[in-house]
Design a protein around this ligand. Structure first.
Ligand SMILES: NC(=O)c1ccc[n+]([C@@H]2O[C@H](COP(=O)([O-])OP(=O)(O)OC[C@H]3O[C@@H](n4cnc5c(N)ncnc54)[C@H](OP(=O)(O)O)[C@@H]3O)[C@@H](O)[C@H]2O)c1
Length: 305
């Protein structure tokens, strides 16, 4: 298949393009952040007038995986208008373009559409109630996609891995601090279900190959706190886990409101795919194996300087 991936310089986009190129012809959309990639690039700022049509015409894909977004919660609070254009309007425009051209679409959304007040695990039939600008614009994006493209896959995700800058993910936050022997905070009151980005890339491709459509929670099968995630990462790398300081999100000084419970069920996904969904333990092992294989340096080598 010919696969177009937006946000190719992002945490998911870059890992996904590198994985997908093993089986498919891949074209990444980039804003001149990338060099020397082993896949083709189309340069575009997707908010420029006419950019969406130009990218479709240049790439002529069978499938689109839309990873580009304003995914920084604090940046969304600081510029709600940009957040709306990128996270809500653009997905609608891309979805309409896919419908018109017969392109299958995977749209990336977020676990944080939920306010976290449920006493239990969220399923796809639970009603979202986004707590901030990021999550509200992402939920609007889901709705805009389904309006014009009801066959699209909407994947609500949470993931970790190695990024182009080396600083994008929660796993890199813990790695960078722990490897330098620095203390770092881990929230004891935020529960989530992180998935290793390599597992996410494989899962998204399998969902397309299986012809799935509709809303799915595509997260790890294990729930833990952000503090526990830091401790588990420290153990995996052999770093001193006492450097991870347990604190409450209330003590963090972060402005954007975050949900305390982002435990999402993967039952629907697991049933439709007919297989188990990987958890955080195997994910952290794979993250560590990539480290041993100099994968972070490889990622960095694609960075435009
Ligand atoms: N990271 C997580 O754990 C997480 C959790 C839940 C949901 N998600 C969702 O998963 C998806 C991928 O997230 P991520 O963490 O990989 O994001 P990321 O690392 O922040 O990457 C965002 C990507 O979007 C691109 N982009 C932004 N504005 C653009 C524009 N105007 N035109 C073209 N490209 C533009 C960026 O390009 P530049 O490099 O040029 O800025 C970058 O490649 C997003 O939909 C996000 O909301 C992520």
């Amino acid at each position: 298949m010919k696969l177009l991936i937006t946000g190719a310089s992002g945490l998911l986009g870059l890992n996904l393009t590198l994985e997908a190129r093993n089986q498919h012809t891949v074209i990444g959309v980039d804003r001149q952040r990338l060099v020397n990639t082993p896949f083709e690039l189309v340069n575009a700022d997707l908010l420029d007038p006419g950019a969406v049509d130009s990218v479709f015409d240049a790439a002529r894909p069978n499938w689109l995986i839309h990873c580009a977004a304003l995914a920084d919660l604090e940046a969304c609070e600081a510029d709600p208008s940009l957040a709306r254009r990128l996270n809500a309007d653009l997905p609608g425009e891309l979805a309409a373009g896919c419908s018109k051209r017969g392109i299958r679409l995977v749209h990336l959304s977020t676990d944080s559409v939920f306010d976290g007040t449920k006493d239990g695990i969220y399923t796809e039939s639970d009603l979202p109630n986004p707590p901030g600008v990021y999550s509200a614009t992402k939920l609007q994006g889901e709705q805009n996609v389904l309006l014009t493209n009801p066959d699209a896959i909407i994947a609500r995700v949470n993931f970790f891995g190695w990024s182009l800058s080396g600083t994008r993910s929660l796993s890199e936050f813990f790695f960078n601090n722990l490897s330098a022997g620095r203390r770092c905070n881990g929230f004891t009151d935020i529960w989530f279900c992180p998935m290793f980005v390599g597992d996410l890339a494989e899962t998204l491709l399998r969902m397309l190959e299986r012809g799935l459509s509709g809303l799915y929670h595509v997260v790890g099968s294990e729930a833990l706190t952000k503090y526990d995630f830091g401790v588990r990462l420290a153990r995996q790398f052999g770093y001193d886990e006492r450097l991870v300081i347990p604190i409450s999100i209330a003590e963090s000084g972060l402005k954007a409101r975050r949900s305390h419970n982002l435990r999402l069920s993967v039952h629907k996904l697991s049933t439709r795919l007919g297989s188990d969904i990987p958890g955080v333990s195997t994910g952290l092992q794979k993250f560590y194996t990539q480290f041993q294989q100099d994968y972070p340096q490889k990622m960095r080598s694609y960075q435009q300087v």
